[in-house]
Design a protein around this ligand. Structure first.
Ligand code: HAS
Length: 562
């Protein structure tokens, strides 16, 4: 047991534990699957933007929607989940420790997830599951696709249970102490994930698997979509919160500052737990069969979930300004000059923060019912999530990788890799600006999402889109260069960077910071409020949906005749 060996880490001078070799192996295994996924998913993305120019057809009879399914599943579900769980474990290992038994159970979680991923991926590659990452009914995939997904979710739950146990053991050993901030944040994110993924687990186990096996003739489409979006929106915060963990608790250390407010950081995470789940209807605003009053209520709750992001923006500006002024910055914006622009551990996440300003504004547009009618199902939405998850979240994950991987591997981030990382972040930003910008504009011109190249039998409106599709191919190609660079950097940091010690940067609180109120440790209260909000937002409309649903749908298999 490492728990007894709590030490003051020399580099961070924060309360931190050393990470043992067996632990590193576990955390690196999760991160490695994430980077392999980045390469495969990115390659699929490149093929997609080429097909959508109308100048390129996929070889060997490969289907566009098969490629699109690989892209969405492997980047949206596999890369994110593995990276996040690896990062969660590293944070827990560093702040509260992990016992040998907990580590063994974490390995079981890893292998269950890997088996699930292989099953799902095999079905997609065999062309038996071209149903995209949202696997909307009545499109039917092979039962093994759903079973694989269920295993990934079960594995991720086991990982979350280990994290909860890690914190519980620590709390027992430290009665009356507040939990370390990063462990608190990981716990919130795993609770959020568990409650949210119950929705998709119910849909998969009760609806999709029996239906795909032929035990049920029809499926209730509206129920399946409602359960999916009950999961699908908190899913995006499950991606975002690890980035916020780095923004709140790690970036301040990298820039030579301190954590702005421990209580504010905890409060914003608690608000995410409350408001990220009871809002799924904002993905279904154009869906018939849901009472508009309930859509309105969930839109109001959606605007509540914007508040913790605004608190985060405020906190980051405060951290930057206070740190800059301490370093002698003058004038209104002089602190900007004091930020470590040449440190990729800061620059990559910072570009992610900047991208979240238009990305978040786009989200607010999506959530506004009338404006949603303009953008829903257009490629605007694809532009929105490439700014949020593929830029804000991914660039922060890259920023984390520059110190986490060498720390785990006992290596150094050299000035050369740092420089290459800066180039990578800029290439990514340029590629994404072009691709996502073109997607937003084409979406406003009515260009549909989730669709291969089509001239739609001619028409003036369609010709307007072509230029933007070309721009997406240019942006997508630049992005693919960014992916190649990142995969190269990952390999270099893992196997070839010089041996040494790299800091695990954890920021300390301001010396005169107000004490964090004890009620933050009241998990029953936070989970209780979350459950009440979910029940309030979903019970009546769900009963309504079940009672008044039209007849279920028979399956549609794609490609037809499969
Ligand atoms: Fe979203 C669709 C609404 C955030 C991801 N979203 C999607 C889909 C994905 C996704 C994947 O209401 C497509 C799903 C599908 O396949 O159909 N989204 C929102 C809202 C927010 C939001 C209100 N989305 C995200 C995040 C995502 C993500 C985060 C991934 C990580 N989204 C929607 C809606 C739809 C939707 C509808 C459905 C559309 C449809 O019709 O289908 C909010 O959480 C956004 C709040 C964010 C802010 C920004 C705060 C800014 C910060 C940066 C500060 C910068 C600093 C640096 C400090 C208010 C924190 C600056 C320094 C300088 C010097 C400048």
């Amino acid at each position: 047991m490492q728990l007894a060996k709590k030490v003051i880490d020399k580099q961070t001078s924060a309360l931190a534990l050393p990470i043992s070799k067996p632990e590193s192996r576990l955390y690196m295994s999760f991160l490695s699957v994430a980077f392999i996924s980045l390469f495969i998913g990115g390659l699929m993305g490149l093929l997609q933007v080429f097909v959508r120019t109308g100048k390129f057809t996929l070889p060997f009879g490969i289907d566009y929607y098969q490629v699109l399914t690989v892209h969405g599943v492997i980047l949206g579900l596999v890369l994110t989940t593995y990276f996040i769980i690896g990062f969660h474990f590293s944070l827990m290992g560093k702040t509260v420790g992990i016992s040998d038994k907990q580590r063994k159970i974490a390995w079981i979680a890893f292998w269950i997830m890997v088996i699930g991923t292989i099953l799902t991926a095999t079905m997609i590659l065999l062309g038996e599951a071209s149903v995209l990452y949202t696997f909307y009914a009545p499109l039917r995939a092979h039962p093994v696709f759903y079973i694989g997904l269920a295993l990934v979710v079960v594995g991720s739950w086991i990982a979350g249970f280990v994290n909860w146990h890690q914190l519980a053991v620590w709390k027992k050993a430290h009665p009356g102490e507040k939990s370390p901030l990063l462990a608190f944040m990981v716990t919130i994110n795993t609770i959020l994930w568990f409650i949210a993924s119950l929705g998709v687990a119910v849909a998969v186990l009760i609806q999709f698997i029996p239906w795909s096996l032929g035990f049920a003739e029809t499926i209730n489409v509206l129920v399946s979509r409602t359960l999916f979006w009950y999961f699908g929106h908190p899913l995006v915060y499950f991606w975002l919160l690890p980035a916020y963990m780095a923004w709140y608790a790690i970036i301040p250390k990298i820039i030579g500052g301190k954590l702005f407010s421990d209580s504010l950081a905890r409060m914003s995470f608690v608000l995410f737990l409350f408001f990220s789940i009871p809002v799924g209807f904002h993905h279904q605003l154009t869906e018939p069969g849901i009472d508009p009053t309930w859509k309105f209520i969930q839109v109001v709750l959606t605007f509540m979930v914007v508040i913790p992001s605004l608190m985060t923006a405020f906190s980051m500006f405060a951290t930057f300004e206070i740190t800059g002024r301490r370093k002698g910055a003058k004038g209104l914006f002089g602190w900007l000059k004091k930020l470590p622009w040449k440190d990729v551990r800061f620059l990559a996440p910072f570009i992610g923060m900047v991208a979240f300003i238009p990305g978040g504004a786009g989200g607010i547009i999506n959530a506004s019912h009338q404006m949603n009618a303009v953008v829903h199902n257009t490629i605007w939405v694809t532009g929105h999530f490439h700014l949020t998850v593929a830029t804000t979240v991914m660039l922060t994950f890259f920023g984390i990788s520059y110190w986490l991987i060498p720390h785990l591997r006992g290596r150094k981030l050299t000035p050369k890799i740092n420089r290459l990382g800066i180039i990578q972040a800029i290439v990514w930003a340029v590629g994404m600006f072009i691709m996502s910008g073109a997607m937003h504009i084409q979406g406003l011109l009515g260009g549909p999402r989730r669709s291969s190249y089509s001239e739609y039998a001619g028409g003036d409106q369609v010709t307007e889109w072509i230029g933007y599709q070309m721009a997406q191919a240019i942006g997508g190609t630049i992005l693919f260069v960014g992916i190649l660079l990142m995969v190269y950097i990952f390999i270099k940091l893992t196997f070839f960077a010089p041996k040494g010690e790299e800091e695990f940067p954890i920021a300390e609180e301001e010396e005169n910071a107000e004490a964090t109120p004890a009620y933050f440790e009241n998990w029953k209260l936070w989970i209780g409020i979350t459950v009440v909000l979910i029940l309030a937002a979903y019970t009546i409309p769900f009963i309504d949906i079940i009672q008044h649903s039209p007849a279920g749908s028979v399956p549609f298999d794609f490609p037809i005749g499969r």
